[in-house]
Design a protein around this ligand. Structure first.
Ligand code: GDP
Length: 425
């Protein structure tokens, strides 16, 4: 049996916190897509951690953490991350890396940087972790699977030379940068082989057996619905599917194993990178929410850059929950809003004079203006409250208003960054 924990919005909804919390009762936690381009911030008994590649279950002794085949695996970053947590007293986690996961190559990172430079003002606001060039190569069938590090030496050498030939044409002629030295790259790959060897596993077979044995699996998503390449705000999206449905593919489990889809939804909005953001706010109003947001402000876990801020967007969130197939909604960071006298909520989009509650395609989205409804604030600190009935009335009204607008049940309310800051309904 598997539960997917995925995002309803633009990412940074607090999936890491919900996963870390639910991992207490789970056996296996799987990352199924994305790479080291986004991060989860987790606060637990060991301290505060920013994870980029490791699943959020690594802090427990009883769990196995899996890097699934759908992930963009940056091997040196994975190993730095393991070291960074064990150096701070976390016991060595049990980690398995799919033999079918593909490797982020050093040139993917370079191509990401060079392309963003080339695009100038039209850039995607990439974190320059090589994710888009990585997935492009995966689907162009010139990527490298972990398993290839352990195949024939001659085959690897031949493929590296073949791929470098293509890459070097672009490097020299489009970007005017130095070419890749194939021999040096092969040496680097030999280093990767040594680093990853103890962890490589046929993780799909492992998960099949685990599911048969009744183990509880969590699939941890990265980013959120609106960053999905098919259903998000294309082209300002990420390069792998952020949806629970892809969890089956990116982990290598049967779709019917996913019995619960917990969609993490933020009580206000934040986004990183470029792209339409209808309920965005600016100036002092945004600065204050950014300062007070999350745990210590809304700044990127990977880049440290300030996130764009906005009011809760019921149109985007309803769509985000629907496209994920939410069975449960976890509404997070509600405590942050306790300072506001009144809280605007975006309940519709006005496009060319018409109001809609359906999330539109990008060309229309760019013209959408928010229709706001204002709810009274609760003007108090709700951290530490553990029962729904003990929340201030206006706070419950806000939750119930959101629940009605999105049309999916809010079964968990998160009122602080810690593992225990949760109210079940
Ligand atoms: P993720 O990528 O979806 O896991 O989200 P991030 O880790 O990037 O951002 C969520 C931030 O909010 C982290 O700093 C969390 O510690 C913090 N956080 C999560 N849930 C809550 C909550 O209910 N209240 C507050 N104040 N912070 C939270």
């Amino acid at each position: 049996m598997a539960y997917a924990i995925v995002g309803a919005n633009w990412g940074d909804e607090g999936k890491g916190k919900i996963t870390d919390m639910m991992a207490k009762e789970a056996d296996i936690i799987v990352r199924f897509q994305g790479g080291a381009n986004a991060g989860h911030t987790i606060v637990n008994d060991y301290g505060k951690f920013a994870l980029h590649t490791l699943p959020s279950g690594v802090f427990y002794g009883h769990t196995t953490s899996i890097i699934g085949n759908g992930v963009a695996l940056n091997i040196p970053i994975l190993f730095q991350e393991i070291k960074s947590i064990t150096d701070r007293g976390v016991p060595e986690p049990k980690i398995l890396v799919s033999d079918r996961a593909q490797i982020v190559m050093p040139y993917h990172i370079l191509f990401d940087q060079y392309e963003e430079e080339r695009l100038g003002g039209k850039s995607f606001g990439s974190t320059k972790s090589g994710i888009a060039p990585f997935y492009s190569d995966k689907y162009a069938k010139i990527g490298f699977q972990v398993s290839e590090l352990f195949g024939g030496e001659a085959e690897l050498k031949e493929k590296v030379r073949r791929v470098c030939e293509v890459k070097n044409v672009l490097l020299e002629n489009l970007y005017h940068k130095p070419p890749i030295d194939a021999d040096k790259l092969l040496e680097e790959l030999a280093g990767y082989r040594e680093m990853v060897a103890p962890y490589v596993c046929d993780t799909s077979a492992y998960l099949w057996e685990a599911a048969k044995a009744g183990k509880k699996i969590l699939l941890e998503g990265q980013l959120g619905s609106l960053k999905d390449p098919d259903h998000g705000i294309y082209p300002m999206v990420t390069s792998s599917s952020t949806l629970a449905a892809y969890g089956a593919i990116g982990a290598g489990i049967p779709p019917y194993e996913i019995s619960k889809i917990i969609v993490v939804c933020k009580a206000y909005s934040s986004a990183v990178g470029a792209g339409a953001f209808v309920s965005e706010i600016f100036g002092e109003e945004a600065d204050e929410l950014r300062r007070r947001g999350g745990d210590g402000g809304e700044y990127g876990a990977t880049t440290g850059r300030p996130r764009r801020m906005g009011w809760f967007d019921a149109v985007a969130s309803r769509y985000g929950c629907r496209i994920q197939g939410a069975t449960d909604v976890a509404l997070t960071v509600l405590d942050v809003l306790g300072y506001l006298d009144e809280i605007p909520v975006c309940v519709g989009y006005e496009i060319d004079g018409e109001v809609t509650t359906e999330f539109p395609v990008t060309s229309k989205l760019d013209r959408a203006k928010p229709v706001l409804e204002t709810l009274p604030g609760w003007k108090s600190d709700i951290r530490g409250i553990r029962e729904y009935g003990k929340l201030p009335e206006n706070c419950r009204r806000y939750i119930e208003f959101i629940e009605e607008k999105i049309g999916f049940p809010v079964t968990m309310v998160s009122n602080g960054p810690g593992r225990d800051d949760i109210i079940y309904r």
